[in-house]
Design a binder for this molecule. Structure first.
Ligand code: ADE
Length: 242
């Protein structure tokens, strides 16, 4: 998969060189490129914002640098190892926004199947609306929110989305089974985990886990998932389990 991120703060994404996503980049599974929006400005001050038409507080991101950036990146080929030949498909262009659809595990799964994602990180009061209209001519445009709260810009939201999507790309997480048994994959929260020692500060590991009875352990874990989900996230349960 190819991922392009456009931001006025590209160094936010230095963390993506670490850990599993860093390894995926090194091995060519993930072709991740971070770009400075100011590289597509033409003036001495590398200006990316201006005052809003109609008045109001704050600044709005100018359309011209965004237009040039998206035109260029949408036309570039995908070349990650998971894509053997040049793929002529259109990119999915994602703008993080508190006004977008909420990002879920199902969103991550859907986007992990795409060949080319472009993330455009807005700042200030947002991006000139015409940029979204232009982007729709280049690919599928998605406005996606990390949740019902407001961040200072899209960078932190994109970090979270790239990690959630990137770890679902085959080969990124060493043991694919660990992806199956985690929170949200089956619509429930994850069951509790324990390791040695079996007694720690007088706290015992639930004896069933030491029983060797795999059927009973699986049933217990399922009960724990339902109980935790009922307690912490009842909104996730279907009506007959809530
Ligand atoms: N930008 C500002 N707040 C955001 C949010 N909650 N999700 C995505 N992008 C954002």
């Amino acid at each position: 998969m190819r991922i392009d991120v456009v931001s006025i703060f590209p160094s936010y994404f230095d963390g993506l060189t670490l850990s599993l996503l860093g390894k995926a980049r090194d091995s060519g599974i993930l072709d991740l490129n971070v770009h400075d929006l100011r590289d597509w400005t033409g003036d001495r001050h590398r200006t990316v914002d201006d005052t809003p038409y109609g008045g109001g507080a704050g600044m709005v991101m100018k359309p011209e640098p965004w237009g040039l950036a998206l035109d260029q990146l949408a036309a570039e080929p995908t070349r990650a190892a998971s894509v053997p030949e040049r793929v002529e498909g259109r990119p999915t262009i994602i703008f993080p926004s508190p006004a977008g659809e909420v990002f879920r595990q199902s969103t991550a799964r859907e986007l992990a199947d795409r060949e080319h994602l472009i993330f455009g990180c807005g700042r200030y009061e947002g991006i000139d609306e015409r940029v979204f209209e232009e982007a729709a001519a280049l690919g599928e445009v998605r406005l996606i929110s990390l949740g019902d709260y407001v961040l200072n810009g899209g960078e932190v939201a994109v970090m979270a989305m790239v990690e959630a999507i990137g770890r679902l790309i085959p080969g990124v997480v060493g043991n694919p089974e660990s992806l199956v048994e985690e929170s949200h994959e089956d619509g429930l929260l994850e069951y509790p985990s324990y390791t040695k020692p079996s007694v720690w500060r007088d706290r015992e590991v639930p004896p069933i886990l030491l029983s060797g009875n795999h059927g009973a352990i699986a049933a217990w874990r399922r009960e724990q998932q339902i109980e935790r989900t009922r307690r912490r996230r009842p909104d996730l349960l279907p009506d007959d389990e809530g």
